[in-house]
Design a protein around this ligand. Structure first.
Ligand SMILES: Nc1ncnc2c1ncn2[C@@H]1O[C@H](COP(=O)(O)OP(=O)(O)OP(=O)(O)O)[C@@H](O)[C@H]1O
Ligand SMILES: [Mg+2]
Length: 596
């Protein structure tokens, strides 16, 4: 590019110089030729007048041709001219170019143009080919003799001589021209080069900028047009870099927003979508071209876009339930029109996936209604028995004792339920501060087993503990570890048959964990219920569980405690042959310390 401009400039300069020199050459040549001719002519006229003056009186002895011709020869030789003398009849009486003996045979000159006009006007001039000496000549003639003209004197110079002078002049000019041309071309080329160099620098900088280099600055050396151009380039490149950074920043901000954001233009097409929106609607985000709304796969969303677009004013809010590939989802859509000046210029849609929030709300509602339901049953029973007692049964000691025992049982159940609910909500809320410490599994289990001993032996259930020595301690909160084990052993004892039941608790090391198994030979859990028993209030056989003072919260508490301990709980079971619950706790390492 640089080479091209300097080459073109050099060429243009060269051509201009060449043509102007050629023009001046033509003009000057012509002018010089004229000058030469005029000088020669003036010299010729001067010589003519001088010599004519010398012949005012006819010299003695003339018209003897020998004398007049000798005079002509002498003058001709002195002036290096052709000198011719012609008498008034047109006869040549002397000629410096022609020997004396041949003079008489020269044709009559009366009709020669210069002679004629010399005689008629006093001066004759002619430029023509001489038949006598066969050469182009410049003739000048004037009459001689005062007061009476007695002859005509004619001087002639061969044009050939003038031509030689001209040729010499031409050579001089040509030489000068050649050097001038060479000099002008060199100077032109150099100035073109120096002129185009800063331009080339700007072009290079632009190239580098286009290829992604951002720190491109051109040094501004002068305040001329090129300097101004460089300054403008610097400013623009800085501005572009700044805008690009801003755009990148905006894109990052948009990418980090979890809500889906979509911007449409005045004709309702999508012009911008952040990554969250792109994922949700399976469209490509922030592209150069706008995307027609038809590209959105979900029909409800397409309709929403059309609806929002049709409004063009005011803030729009809607909750939309949509069936997606990931199941049913609930979206909260807020749309704000973009107004440029007075004109509607599109819409900004913020789409929030509130499925989780809605699910949580539902769970909370369910939970409250379950709790209320669970509370109502024992309360109703307490109320019923109290009324019966008040109506007179209190006076029947036998029944009264039985009724009071039921009331006591129901209140125990209520207390257990309320404690469980409180525990669970505390555990679930994540607000419990766990005091993690290394817990020795064997003594902890022995302590828990001892608690169940009386109840088990009353029911005729055999319970055994099988923990090897040297098992590494686990990292757990001692109290919550006990709660987990109590719940599992309690279930096992509860759901085995009286007198035939057997509950076995064992532990072993498994990788980085300790696995504790509680297995029984009880009623088991049907396959279909296995997945749900960890849900709150879920009981396989409501009547039986209630009979056993169960609320259906135990396993739910177990699950949450193990989550907080980075442990796990699994169950294997078969109806009528027993269940095995396995919980794992991580082994306490060196870093075991109290943490939340
Ligand atoms: N070892 C087991 N054998 C058979 N079924 C069991 C066993 N453990 C739990 N289940 C079933 O899972 C259900 C949920 O157990 P969970 O411990 O959560 O509640 P619960 O024992 O009924 O009441 P509680 O809140 O007093 O523990 C029980 O109702 C029962 O149907
Ligand atoms: Mg239980």
């Amino acid at each position: 590019m640089k080479a091209k401009v300097s080459f073109r400039l050099g060429l243009v300069f060269g051509l201009i110089v060449f043509f102007s020199l050629a023009l001046s050459y033509v003009y000057q040549g012509r002018h010089l030729r004229e000058v030469v001719f005029k000088t020669v002519r003036a010299g010729l006229l001067h010589d003519l007048k001088l010599n004519a003056g010398m012949l005012d009186q006819r010299p003695d002895g003339w018209p003897d041709i020998a004398l007049s011709d000798r005079w002509a020869d002498k003058v001709g030789k002195a002036l290096d001219l052709r000198v011719t003398l012609i008498d008034l009849d047109g006869r040549v009486i002397g000629d410096s170019y022609i020997p004396t003996e041949k003079i008489p045979s020269i044709p009559n000159h009366r009709d020669r143009v210069e002679i004629k006009s010399a005689l008629s006007s006093g001066l004759g001039e002619s430029k023509r080919f001489s038949e006598t000496i066969r050469e182009n000549m410049l003739y000048m003639a004037m009459p001689v003799g005062k007061p009476d003209t007695w002859a005509v004197l004619r001087l002639a110079k061969p044009l050939h001589d003038i031509g030689q002078v001209e040729a010499q002049i031409d050579r001089g000019i040509e030489g000068g021209l050649f050097w001038a041309l060479l000099l002008a071309l060199t100077a032109g080329g150099l100035s073109a080069f120096f002129l185009s160099r800063p331009l080339g620098r700007i072009a290079d900088a632009a190239d580098r900028f286009l290829h992604g280099e951002t720190e491109v600055q051109i040094p501004v050396k002068h305040d001329d047009e090129i300097g101004r151009l460089a300054r403008a380039f610097n400013y623009l490149s800085e501005e572009i870099v700044r805008l690009t950074r801003k755009e990148e920043w905006l894109r990052e901000v948009l990418s980090s927003i979890r809500e889906s954001i979509i911007v449409t233009n005045a004709s309702g097409e999508i012009v911008l979508a952040n990554p969250a929106a792109s994922r949700l609607f399976m469209i490509e985000g922030a592209r150069k071209r706008s995307i027609p709304v038809d590209h959105i796969e979900l029909p409800e969303m397409r309709e929403l876009f059309v609806r929002v677009h049709a409004r063009q004013s005011g803030i729009y809010n809607e909750e939309l339930s949509v069936m997606t590939a990931r199941g049913e989802r609930v979206f909260k859509v807020t749309a704000v029109p973009v107004v440029k000046g007075e004109q509607f210029d599109g819409t900004v849609l913020v789409i929030n996936d509130i499925t989780r929030l809605r699910n949580l709300e539902r769970t909370r509602r369910d939970f409250v209604s379950s709790v209320s339901h669970e509370l109502r049953t024992p309360l109703a029973s307490i109320k019923g028995y109290t009324e019966t007692l008040l109506e007179g049964a209190v006076n029947d000691p036998e029944h009264a004792t039985a009724f009071l025992r039921i009331i006591q049982q129901e209140s125990e159940q209520l207390t257990a339920l309320i404690n469980d609910v409180l525990d669970l909500s505390r555990i679930e809320s994540g607000k419990i501060i766990y005091n993690f410490e290394p817990v020795d599994v064997k003594p902890a289990l022995e302590k828990t087993m001892a608690l169940f001993e009386p109840a088990a032996s009353r029911k005729g259930v055999r319970i055994e503990l099988n923990v090897p020595d040297g098992l590494p301690p686990v990292l757990a909160d001692r109290n919550y570890f006990d709660i987990v084990m109590r719940n599992l052993i309690d279930n096992a004892v509860k759901y085995v048959d009286a007198n035939r039941g057997r509950v076995r608790v064992s532990a072993c090391k498994a990788d980085q964990n300790v696995a504790i198994e509680v297995s029984d030979n009880g009623i088991g859990i049907p396959q279909a219920d296995l997945k749900r028993i960890f849900e709150r209030f879920y009981r396989v056989d409501k009547a039986r569980s209630r009979e056993l003072a169960g609320t259906g919260l135990g396993l739910s508490i177990v699950k949450h405690i193990l989550l907080a301990h980075k442990g796990n709980v699994e169950v294997r079971s078969k109806t009528n042959s027993g269940s095995t619950f396995t919980v794992t706790f991580p082994i306490a390492g060196k870093e075991a310390a109290s943490s939340t």
